[in-house]
Design a protein around this ligand. Structure first.
Ligand code: IPM
Ligand code: MG
Length: 363
């Protein structure tokens, strides 16, 4: 069976890191004899410049026919002010894909690399064994709520507004993934909300507490997001799975990244469901870092976020946890050799880091 990937570099450093990801995939398929077919397409600003839309209908069709979608990064100042006709999902290529494919479960792991401890702002020992999984709801909440807009009131002053909304079943499905993930990890789940001020979060908290009775083996903590941000900054090793809505998940996944020494190290997966041990799920995979227009084209982007993203794809969409392990070990070995891009204090190029990782995979 051939594993089909739809690959889209997007914008800025997105295309460069995707190239490195594809090199890794090629080497895996040669070394391990897996049959992989990669189709490329445009997304984000790259799609807008060619076709006048951030994600074409054809791209959605192709994505639905693929086993996995691998994205570099999308967006940039050049396209920020553009407003497209249609709902919130039409304003951003990734958001459209997430919504159309209903990839609601965003898994954003932040695991510290002991060899990079001195690249973090933490005192020795405070974050060196941090192993956090931020689980972000990807298809609802304030990111997709309507009505929204900027309008002018009777006094000629502008008013901006959004709408945050969650149905019970949307909360149930993401919470279930949270409890299941916690069960596969260290058994702790922390839910973040603002139930002290907002009604969507009152429901969020209620539903998660109700579900906890089905998971007596999981230690559930519910925290207000402001307090959770403080606790996470102070003591990252106290956390395991953190589940949040689209907005808090977005924020906490960047914050958790601090333990890794660079945002360039972080992978992510958006899944249609959490597959059981012997199952797979379709997913959209992307490194967390974004397009970094300031270093685009310089071959300086840290490719590790992308390489670890390929590892997540191997685990969840290919059902090959063994390959995930192989990639992670190869990354650790190349970091230990000191082969690092400038964001990690090194001077290696993107290409060189990937070369080193591939060398360890072959070895
Ligand atoms: C992310 C990004 C995106 C998001 C942006 C680019 C729309 O911040 O994937 O975390 O907020 O979902
Ligand atoms: Mg983000």
């Amino acid at each position: 069976m051939t594993f089909r990937i739809l690959a889209m570099g997007g914008d800025g450093i997105g295309t460069e890191v995707l190239d490195q990801g594809i090199r890794l995939i090629d080497s895996l398929s040669t070394t391990y004899g897996v049959s992989i077919d990669i189709t490329e397409d445009f997304l984000g600003g790259a799609a807008y410049d060619r076709f006048g839309t951030f994600c074409r209908d054809e791209t959605v069709v192709r994505a639905k026919q693929s086993d996995a979608i691998l994205v570099g990064a999308v967006g940039g100042p050049k396209w920020d002010g553009i407003t497209m006709e249609g709902g919130p999902e039409m304003q951003d290529g990734l958001m459209r894909l997430r919504k159309e494919l209903d990839c609601f479960a965003g898994l954003r792991p932040a695991k510290a690399f002991p060899v990079l401890e001195d690249r973090t702002p933490y005192r020795p020992g405070l974050a060196s064994r941090a192993d956090i999984m931020v689980l972000r709801e990807m298809c609802g909440g304030a990111f997709f709520g309507v009505p929204r807009g900027v309008e002018t009131d009777r006094d000629g002053k502008r008013v901006g507004f959004d709408n945050s909304l969650y149905t019970e079943s949307e909360i149930v499905r993401i919470a279930r993934v949270g409890f299941e993930l916690a069960r596969r990890r260290s058994g702790r789940l922390c839910s973040v909300d603002k139930a002290n001020v907002m009604q969507t979060y009152v429901l969020w908290r209620e539903v998660i507490r109700e579900m906890a009775t089905e998971y007596p083996d999981i230690e559930l903590t519910v925290l207000y997001a402001d307090n959770a941000a403080y606790q996470l900054a102070r003591n990252p090793m106290a956390f395991d799975v953190i589940v949040g809505d689209n907005l808090f998940g977005d924020i906490f996944s960047d914050q958790a990244a601090v333990v890794c020494g660079s945002l360039g190290m972080l992978p992510s997966a958006c899944l249609q469901h959490l597959p059981a041990e012997n199952e797979t799920a379709r997913g959209i995979y992307e490194p967390v870092h974004g397009t970094a227009p300031d270093i685009a084209g310089l071959d300086q982007a840290n490719p590790i976020g992308m390489l670890l993203t390929v590892a997540m794809m191997a685990e969840y969409s290919m059902g090959r946890s063994d390959l995930k392990q192989v990639i992670e070990t190869a990354v650790e070995r190349s970091l230990a050799e000191g082969i690092r891009t400038p964001d990690l204090g090194g001077s290696a190029t993107s290409q060189e880091v990937t070369d080193a990782v591939i060398r360890h995979i072959r070895a």
